[in-house]
Design a protein around this ligand. Sequence first.
Ligand SMILES: Nc1ncnc2c1ncn2[C@@H]1O[C@H](COP(=O)(O)OP(=O)(O)OP(=O)(O)O)[C@@H](O)[C@H]1O
Length: 709
Amino acid sequence: MASAKVNIAIRCRPFLQNEEQDDAVQVSAHREDKDGEADGFVSVVNPRDAREKFRFSFKSCWDQSNTQEEIFARDVRPILEQVLSGYTACIFCYGVTSSGKTHTMQGSPTEPGIIPRVVRYFLASGWGAERSGVKVAVSYMEIYRDEVYDLLVARAEAPKLPVREAGGQIFVANLSERSITAPQQFEELFTVACRSRSTGSTLLNRASSRSHAILTIRVQLTRTDGTMTEGKINLVDLAGSENNKLTGNDPSRMAESSAINRSLSVLGQVVDALNRNLSRVPYRDSKLTRILQPFLGGNSMSLLICNIAPGAKFRQDTLNTLNFANRTKEVENRPVQAAPTKAPPKPKPTQTHQRRYSELPRPRTSMLPAPPAPLARQLPPRPRSSLLPAPPPPAFARSTSSSRRMSALPSSGSGSHIPTLATPVRPQRHASALSQEDIQRQIADAVQREVKRQVEERLAAAAEARKEEEAMMLRERRAWENKAREAEVLKKRVEELERKNTVTTDISADDHTVAQILSPDGNEKLAQALVVAARTVQDKGQLDKALESYKRALQYVPNNKKLQVRIEEVKSAMEEGKTLKQFKRDRVARATGSKASSYQGLSVALGKHKRPRSKTVPGSYDADAESENEPPRRLEAFRSLTEMTLEYAKGPPSAHKRRKSNRGNPFPPPLIEVEDSPMPIGEEMNDGGKPKLARSRRVALQEVQNVDL
Ligand SMILES: Nc1ncnc2c1ncn2[C@@H]1O[C@H](COP(=O)(O)OP(=O)(O)OP(=O)(O)O)[C@@H](O)[C@H]1O
């Protein structure tokens, strides 16, 4: 078959008893065929604008009134015919919690869902035109918190099962498989298995599935022409995505919930990667996607049933589900049909055998735990009773481990046989041919062999896990070593460039190159190192060297305003022949009208502190030079300081506020001219410096208020 896109069906459940009803989500299930295709759509009121509706069209839309039978007849049955002709298929139910996935997949005794219908359909499909028999076998697993468990094994004994890959096939190792001969037998088996499935109560669903459940049905159809086809179908009831606010989950439920949401998110990523034709599809990121790999972009056919719940309460989840459906409908599979093989010759039972065999009571295989297949396989051949021909071997005697392993695989087309649907209990008449002692010995041998096999298997699994872990560690170490090597090369290169540059004052082109090579983080670190170097020489009074280092640092962080200011300061200090400290002190004094810093300057201006005479900066206010009979000048200075202090006491304004407040302000904050970008003093400070400045100015304001003029 050529490529086939994943089929999508949308199903909206009815409102439940305690739910508030509204029209937020509406399904229009036309059921009109357009060119042989059904056409329907779902409309959802936009949560942000009630006048607007989102509309999603799909081939198959089912509303509250549609029955299980309708869905089965229209969407599921055609797939089953393909499975009988040798294809592998998968049907998933996807949706938010309590949207009706389990109802659709399992149903109830009065409204059976897809699973019981599929089993009945297969069991009944062996007889008709050109058909001469069918064999059906099932396996059932759940993925709970990203671990796989066999649901056909009592939960207390069910170990975590590994997912493996061999010959390009992915399978769950040691998953058991049971032959099914009658619907009643399956129902009993399935009821028991479902009880083992992890469910729990949430605010949204009293019996919420806490795991993804996958039922695999393998079916072999024999035809009258002596050929046989084998197909397989996976029926997947996914756990629902959950909004913990709505479900009211407790911590243990939350852990389950996060595992569920995580695996579903990987499922979404897989779909996205397939749609975008990415080279890496993250199938391996969760067990769910690993197991479902053949059904998403693989060699099988798939139907995704998206369950939605009505009403505004679930509207966002409904939109998410419909978006997922929209994306998934673009995913393409390439279904491969298994070629028919020759059916094995039927045993020719004698009359005696037939009579005796059919006389045996039919055990309830579904309720019995199956003996492990290899145990039966390895039993020595039964001694033939002298007159009787050998009866057909019991089911498990022919169930090979490979057939058990295939349970999670798409049909390989190899024609592997489903075991004869007979009883796992050995007929007594054969047992009676052996002495009690022989039986005991054989059982002991078989048990020993089985224990040995299991131990070997576990050891092999542990060795494989160890190997994987080692490989991962090796990969990590190599990655780390590579990084270290790269860093070393880069460091050497930088050192080399540094060496070259120390003799020049101009910024060489190499600095720009280094800045381009380094990451932003690396640039910052290098700049910091250069600033530290600059400070060291600056403290020694070597301003020219400091300037050179600062300039080079700026190449790595060209937008750093503090550094730009610092360079200008150093340049100015050099021009004025001062140390940087002196220059800064004088600048503040110039800006505040005093030689001292704002607070000290103010105190001095008010005559509170005596300060040694110093050189007067032309144009600045010199408190010492002031005489007692110059009150107007002192008053003028005081007013100016008060205004300025009031302005600063507000704290450093934001750039926006500052721009706004400076409009028409007669006392704008002092500006330091840095090339084209004038910057107020507060700007050059770091965040810790600004509050300190504001505090000191607030103190200054108090001083001003206490002045007795
Ligand atoms: N089509 C339907 N008709 C009638 N009742 C329905 C339908 N679909 C779902 N329900 C009811 O809604 C409730 C929730 O359904 P169900 O348990 O199937 O949800 P779910 O999606 O499997 O939830 P979770 O993910 O939590 O397991 C059940 O009581 C079920 O009987």
